[in-house]
Design a protein around this ligand. Structure first.
Ligand SMILES: Cc1ncc(C[n+]2csc(CCOP(=O)(O)OP(=O)(O)O)c2C)c(N)n1
Ligand SMILES: [Mg+2]
Length: 474
């Protein structure tokens, strides 16, 4: 992905997005500019405040590389290097800055890019064979397998090779968080796995060279750490484990796991019916209504998962259905626009479950979607609050013994409640709502889907969802 940002100001504005591209290992070529470095070429005022030595400083701590080539003839090699850096796993953002003085310069002769464009790209990194052997030995003996796979889904071809054995952490960004849960009342960490369980992690985490925030999370001791691209390592490991486990009868174990899965699914279905007719809607009711409308489509869910009820109640039949939950805490409308753009011109239906506060951060995204005919079905997860922080204030009040009624201050998005449907219509969308009556949701979703399908126009349904129930552990 490439993004153009307007010299110093565009770059500063984009810093948070670039930071999240780093956290999420997204290969983004950020292309920017500075005013003329040559003072003789600068216009008064604006070129002086929009020229920095050097722009890259603003994002250097969380980009894989930045560069400001000094001549036009140097642009191709700089660009090729940036492209390689950004797209080699672990991927990440790269910033390139083009001096406006150079951009305006008349070229003495054409610049040839053929050789640079034809240059080879690096292949993926494979694991140390001895480490694979050790991991396979451990796995073949394992009793209770758990696999934590985070960035592995980026290469869906590798996902089919996942085999469940003991604790195998595949390219996980924050392993400690995956293996432990936090008691939000006491702030105590509790392990999700029995003590002494061998952990093998395979991935590229530490190659990301986080120079600023330690976004890898707390250091997690493991039995074996294998540096490799999971795309290559998983199939090899799978073959090695098969060799060792051949002939073992696993039917009883499979049946037991199947029974447990069925039980969990049945419980989710039951729990989802609780307060089914409540108004505002419960999250599982909204998830069910959306599912009933889209299940016949070739759908993609962009980011928000409706308190995970979409993951529980929808049939997620492959890694392509959902690129991931939160993408740092980048705006979900922004992420959804990117996913929508990626699938524009295909028959896929891109669905964004859109929190209200998040949309207020970037309502202009709605215009961009309409202008560029990015077909998106947006269903609002509108709790009329920056509820994440409201929840937090409730916990703080609990701790401090201060009034819980004050938790809403600064977090409630009401009085007046924004009219998101009117906002979307003003940008050329089809939009309906706000809808707090669950019975009215499905017909509105059906009409919206019809518009997306028939007119290739984005559509929004503003649905009002009740506040999340407090969860003690996360
Ligand atoms: C730029 C920025 N400011 C503040 C936060 C802290 N924050 C995290 S979630 C959130 C509330 C978002 O509200 P909404 O999108 O409506 O989601 P809800 O929690 O209500 O489901 C805030 C303020 C943040 N992540 N980023
Ligand atoms: Mg909200």
């Amino acid at each position: 992905m490439a993004a153009a940002v307007h010299d110093v100001v565009g770059l500063l504005h984009a810093t948070m997005t670039i930071y999240y591209a780093h956290v999420d290992r997204a290969p983004v070529l950020v292309l920017g500019a500075t005013g003329p470095v040559d003072r003789n070429k600068r216009r008064p005022y604006i070129d002086w405040i929009h020229t920095a030595q050097v722009n890259g400083n603003a994002v250097r701590d969380y980009t894989k590389w930045d560069d400001q080539p000094a001549t036009v003839a140097d642009f191709p090699a700089s660009f090729a290097r940036a492209y390689r850096m950004a797209t080699t796993e672990p991927c990440g953002p790269v910033y390139l800055c083009y001096d406006a003085g150079l951009q305006e310069e008349k070229l003495a002769r054409p610049i040839d890019v053929a050789e640079v464009a034809a240059a080879a790209r690096p292949s993926a990194a494979q694991a140390d064979p001895a480490a694979i052997t050790r991991a396979a030995d451990l796995m073949a003996r394992a009793e209770r397998p758990v696999i934590i796979a985070e960035f592995t889904g980026r290469h869906p071809d590798a996902v089919g090779d996942l085999v469940a054995l003991f604790v195998l952490a595949l390219d996980v960004g924050d392993l400690s968080r995956s293996l432990n849960e936090l008691d939000r009342l006491t702030n105590e960490k509790r392990s999700r796995i029995p003590a002494g369980t061998p952990i093998v992690d395979i991935g590229l985490s530490e190659l990301r060279q986080s120079k600023w925030a330690e976004d890898l999370g707390q250091f997690q001791p493991v039995a074996l750490s294998i540096v490799a691209d999971t795309r290559l390592a998983i199939p090899v490991l799978r073959a090695a484990v098969r060799e060792r486990a051949g002939g073992r009868d696993r039917s009883a174990r499979c049946a037991e796991l199947q029974r447990k899965h069925d039980e969990i699914r049945a419980r989710w279905e039951r729990d989802a019916r609780e307060d089914w007719d409540a108004s505002p809607l419960t999250a599982p009711r909204l998830a069910s209504e959306i599912w009933s409308v889209i299940k016949g489509e070739d759908w993609i869910l962009t980011s928000n998962t409706l308190e995970d009820w979409a993951l529980r109640l929808w049939d997620i039949d492959g890694p392509r259905r959902h690129p991931g939950r939160s993408f740092g805490t980048a705006t979900q409308i922004g992420t959804s626009l990117g996913v929508g753009l990626a699938y524009r011109g295909t028959d896929r239906l891109v669905v964004d479950i859109q929190p209200d506060g998040d949309l207020l951060y970037d309502p202009g995204a709605l215009w961009t979607a309409a202008h560029h005919r990015i077909p998106l079905l947006v269903v609002m997860y509108n709790n009329r609050a920056y509820y994440n922080d409201w929840e937090h204030q409730l916990r703080v009040a609990q701790h401090r013994g201060t009034p819980k009624e004050n938790a809403r201050i600064g977090q409630e998005i009401d009085d007046p409640a924004p009219d998101f449907a009117m906002l979307a219509r003003s940008f050329g969308w089809h939009a309906e709502g706000p809808i707090a009556d669950p019975a009215k949701v499905r017909p509105a979703l059906e009409r919206a889907l019809e518009v997306v399908r028939r007119e290739r126009r984005p559509a929004l349904v503003d649905t009002i969802v009740r506040h999340r129930q407090e969860k003690r552990f996360r």
